[in-house]
Design a protein around this ligand. Structure first.
Ligand code: ITT
Length: 183
């Protein structure tokens, strides 16, 4: 089987792909800059990105975001910018003294196969924003996100534990199911 190019600048994301997809694919991290269209819809960003990267197929790209209910779904599609500017401490400040802290992560995986056919796979993980930053693992918003029915933040979990419940883990399960069925 061909090597699958995982096009991302984010090493944390790549580790999660490598771990879960290794049962079916050998993966390679590719850091290639590609244009991101301005859109409120993750699916549109991913579909456009795949077209720009067709020469690297077979490949996957991933666009994800954190959507916080009491902040009207902020930072959502602006998650990367918000992480670079106000970061986790900024999100915690915005929620200071708020008891309502529900949030969800969404991940959209874009896959282009050897022939150039495109498919999108989605995963959502519901949870809550913690009252303080906890844990040293993971990346991005992991230290402030506690998935539903758990006590630990994503940053306190191992990669395998996070992959079982996370938005990306669920999207990868859908992707793997498709690969197995289409063989
Ligand atoms: P790409 O090169 O793959 O685009 P990125 O880090 O810019 O990498 P996204 O645009 O998908 O990725 O992510 C938007 C922000 O959300 C970014 O700051 C990430 O760190 C954060 N993020 C994405 N997935 C996450 C996860 O599983 N846990 C915590 N934070 C996450």
């Amino acid at each position: 089987m061909n090597e699958l190019n995982v096009v991302t600048s984010n090493e944390g994301k790549y580790k999660e792909y490598k771990r879960k997809l290794s049962e079916i694919y050998s993966t390679k991290m590719c850091h290639i800059d590609y244009p991101e269209i301005q859109s409120d819809i993750l699916e549109d960003v991913v579909a456009y990105g795949l077209d720009c990267l067709h020469e690297y197929r077979p490949l996957v790209i991933d666009d994800s975001g954190l959507f916080v209910d009491p902040l009207n779904n902020f930072p959502g599609v602006y998650s990367a910018y918000v992480m670079k500017t106000i970061g986790n401490e900024g999100i915690l400040r915005l929620l200071e003294n708020k008891e309502e802290r529900a949030a969800y992560f969404k991940c959209v995986i874009g896959y282009m196969d050897e022939k150039g056919d495109k498919r999108l796979f989605e995963g959502i993980c519901k949870g809550n924003i913690s009252y303080r930053s906890k844990g040293r693992g993971g990346f991005g918003y992991d230290p402030i996100f506690i998935p539903e029915n758990h006590e630990m933040t994503f940053a306190e979990m191992s990669i395998d534990q996070k992959n079982v419940v996370s938005h990306r883990g669920i999207a990868m399960d859908n992707f793997l199911k498709y690969l197995k069925e289409s063989k």
